[in-house]
Design a protein around this ligand. Structure first.
Ligand code: SAH
Length: 367
């Protein structure tokens, strides 16, 4: 076991003490290193140690608001499976499946399509042992397997869904200064964690064209991990056919701005406080992900807002049908519909991204 200078084992230190020790011995760390430690440190990371989701956790996601979200994505998936001539074997993969709610709602609907269940190979990609146990409990009847990487898939096309997954992957931040872009770092100032900048600018060639001519002090965020996940999955889809649907808060064209945010118990929190106990996320650069997907040979749809996408798929009709069947719940169903769709709630902030084999026509996007 690793010993530090005070003779304590690293494991006996909490995450905050470990991070501070690392900074004081090796110097400031990048935002991506900090975010990675906070979220996925093997024993003390946010997603490793506790239950982040739901009313008792720190935030509530679309599938936890209403079954309608997953049901409509279930119809969407059946539509694509049918467009691909109902392959006898295909992989359905979810990235960051949380409590398994989205996939349970998807499959309750999709498995009504004759042949879908028999053709299905369910794969999940998850870092949290707590959530993995919940996924197993909810989805066991579909015989899921958890992937460690994206190197190989069973034969047949791939349909991939991800809700609020890409926003949890660590980002690097760069700030524009007169002598170039400097990486933002976290160091210690008077014994407290504080943001600073790396003294050396990074080579200008590594900056995307989209930020050429940016104003002084503007900030660029780059999610290398997200781009790598997209590259591997897009290449697999290019080989085997299929589509990837990702829902998250984000933007469609690479732009500048600081979107790093901490959330704790349903309220904004300082990302530097209570590492491992605060959710940290950043808006997703769907422009960058789209470039990666197209470079692999896929087509992409124009980004839709969550409100547009769900409305085009028929959430209004679904809400009316559910209310008709459960009149006592009509108010709750209306509230859930509004939360998912309305512009002042999740409807506009959240975007829907789709990359797919050329030739498929995924529903829900502008023609
Ligand atoms: N999709 C779910 C959960 C969203 S929270 C929902 O909408 O309710 C983010 C999910 O991604 C969690 O399941 C979390 O454990 C998982 N996750 C975060 N970082 C990850 C990583 N680096 N690798 C795999 N899974 C990750």
């Amino acid at each position: 076991m690793t010993q530090n200078t005070t003779g304590k084992t690293l494991d006996s230190l909490n995450l905050e003490q470990q991070i501070d020790l690392q900074i004081s011995t090796s110097g400031p760390i990048s935002v991506a290193t900090y975010m990675g430690l906070c979220l996925t440190h093997p024993s003390k990371g946010y997603y490793r140690a506790a239950e982040p989701l739901g009313a008792k956790g720190d935030f509530v996601t679309a599938p936890e608001i209403s079954q309608m979200f997953g049901e409509l994505i279930g119809f969407w998936l059946v539509n694509l499976w049918q467009q691909m001539d109902e392959p006898k074997s295909f992989t359905l993969l979810e990235l960051g499946p949380g409590r398994g709610t989205l996939m349970a709602d998807i499959l309750r609907v999709a498995c009504r399509a004759p042949g879908f269940r028999d053709a299905l190979k369910l794969r999940l990609f998850e870092t949290s042992p707590v959530l993995m146990a919940e996924q197993k409990a909810k989805l066991d009847v579909y015989d899921p397997k958890w992937l460690q990487n994206f190197e190989s898939f069973d034969e047949g096309p791939l349909l991939i869904v991800a809700n609020e997954f890409f926003d949890a992957l660590p980002i690097r931040q760069f700030v524009c200064k007169p002598d170039g872009w400097h990486e933002r770092q976290i160091g210690l100032k008077d014994g407290k964690r504080a943001f600073g900048l790396s003294p050396t600018p990074i080579p200008p060639a590594s900056m995307p064209d989209a930020v050429a001519g940016a104003e002084m002090d503007s900030m660029l965020e780059v999610c290398f991990g997200g781009a790598e996940v997209m590259r591997q999955l897009a290449q697999a889809i290019a080989r085997q056919g299929g589509a990837l649907l990702a829902v998250d808060y984000g933007y469609g064209t690479t732009q500048t701005g600081d979107t790093l945010q901490g959330v704790r118990r349903h309220a904004f929190a300082d990302v530097l406080d209570t590492p491992g106990e605060t959710d940290i996320s950043a808006h997703v650069d769907f422009g960058a992900l789209g470039n990666v997907a197209r470079a692999a040979g896929l087509a992409t749809q124009p980004l839709a807002t969550q409100g547009e996408f769900l409305t085009r798929l028929g959430i209004g009709e679904r809400a009316a049908a559910l209310s008709g069947a459960n009149p006592g719940s009509a108010n709750d169903i209306r509230t859930a519909h509004d939360r998912l769709v309305n512009a002042d709630q999740m409807g506009t902030l959240f975007k829907v991204f789709c990359a797919h084999s050329p030739g498929l026509m995924p529903p829900g996007f502008a023609a």
